[in-house]
Design a protein around this ligand. Structure first.
Ligand SMILES: NC(=O)c1ccc[n+]([C@@H]2O[C@H](COP(=O)([O-])OP(=O)(O)OC[C@H]3O[C@@H](n4cnc5c(N)ncnc54)[C@H](OP(=O)(O)O)[C@@H]3O)[C@@H](O)[C@H]2O)c1
Length: 294
């Protein structure tokens, strides 16, 4: 593992609007569950992630068309059976397709997700992106699921500021618990307007593709700070986002060594001088840009 030249710090957290605190580092699962041949390795990787300490797992009904949820469910079931954790130790985030975002379709989609995940209740249920279903209908669906105890909270994904303003103007819209968007050192657009807007409403931002799908792990713009700290470029890329209040990261890996490497980023402390070097290599936005999507 990379050497730490500065004292380790405690695991950073974000506070959800209901006051519950989650670690700022979770695990993404896009590309999990797409191949039967990789299934056993993926379950083993997820079990390892849970052993390492990951406590937020992000998935979606879209990933592997339910396959990723099944992998998460299997790993969770095995870990609980082995006595290494309880269901309540882990926060499961999954997402509903926009075409399933009406109350009736959402009830079926959510029930199918619960079955694949093997859980009674999903901790955070997100609208994957905005589609044709009116937001008011989607909110009604979320409320119904919450009343049934099938989800603990709901949120959105790929919402820009104008979408959030529309959502928050609706009754129950302010119950939204998170917005998950593309945010990395290579895509800092949300820092101009969206993140300040969310911070003002205590709405956490979940940064997806925080490693720019692996590109940042090889980016020379991170070398100076990484070498200075005895860390890897990927760790610096993740730590830089976690240094932003209200931001959590969900890097995906199914590789045992990289799961460890990414986990160690949560305790990597960046000094203001490190952040200044990163600002030069990855300049923060100077104006509003449309939200990027992957
Ligand atoms: N809401 C949305 O619309 C949306 C969109 C995209 C993603 N997401 C969520 O966000 C998660 C993360 O985003 P992402 O998967 O797009 O990209 P990412 O986390 O930025 O990067 C994942 C890629 O980087 C590699 N990688 C991971 N750690 C590494 C390291 N330390 N060094 C070198 N390479 C490393 C992974 O390969 P290995 O597995 O081989 O390590 C994988 O190819 C997704 O898995 C998904 O849960 C949500």
């Amino acid at each position: 593992m990379p050497r730490m030249t500065r004292p380790a710090r405690t695991l950073p957290e974000v506070e959800l609007p209901d006051g519950v605190r989650w670690p700022s580092l979770g695990l993404g699962t896009w590309r999990y569950g797409e191949s039967a041949a990789r299934r056993l390795d993926e379950v083993a990787a997820l079990r390892l992630a849970l052993e390492i300490g990951y406590r937020v797992i992000d998935t979606a009904e879209m990933y592997g068309e339910g396959g990723a949820e099944e992998v998460v469910g299997e790993a969770l079931r095995q870990s609980i059976a082995a006595g290494t954790l309880t269901r309540d130790d882990v926060h499961i985030v999954t997402k509903v397709y926009p075409h399933n975002a009406s109350p009736e379709a959402m009830r079926q989609a959510c029930d199918a997700s619960r079955r694949r995940l093997g859980v009674d209740s999903i901790d955070l249920y997100l609208l994957h992106w905005r589609g044709g279903v009116p937001l008011a209908d989607t909110l009604a669906g979320f409320q119904d699921l919450r009343a049934r105890g099938w989800i603990n909270r709901f949120g959105v994904s790929n919402f820009d500021t104008a979408d959030l303003e529309e959502l928050f103007a609706l009754p129950a819209g302010t119950d939204c618990a998170a917005n998950q968007v593309y945010h990395s050192l290579a895509e800092r657009g949300p820092e101009f307007e969206l993140i300040p807007w969310q911070r003002g409403r205590r709405l956490p931002l979940m940064a997806y593709s925080p490693l720019d799908q692996g590109v940042l792990a090889r980016h020379t713009g991170l070398s100076e700070v990484a070498q200075r700290l005895g860390a890897t470029p990927a760790q610096v890329a993740l730590a830089a986002l976690m240094a932003q209040p209200g931001v959590m990261v969900i890097p995906k890996s199914s590789d045992p060594q990289r799961l460890q490497e990414n986990w160690a980023s949560a305790t990597l402390a960046l000094a203001p001088s490190d952040l200044a070097v990163l600002d030069k290599a990855f300049p923060p936005p100077r104006r509003k840009r449309a939200l990027a999507m992957r």
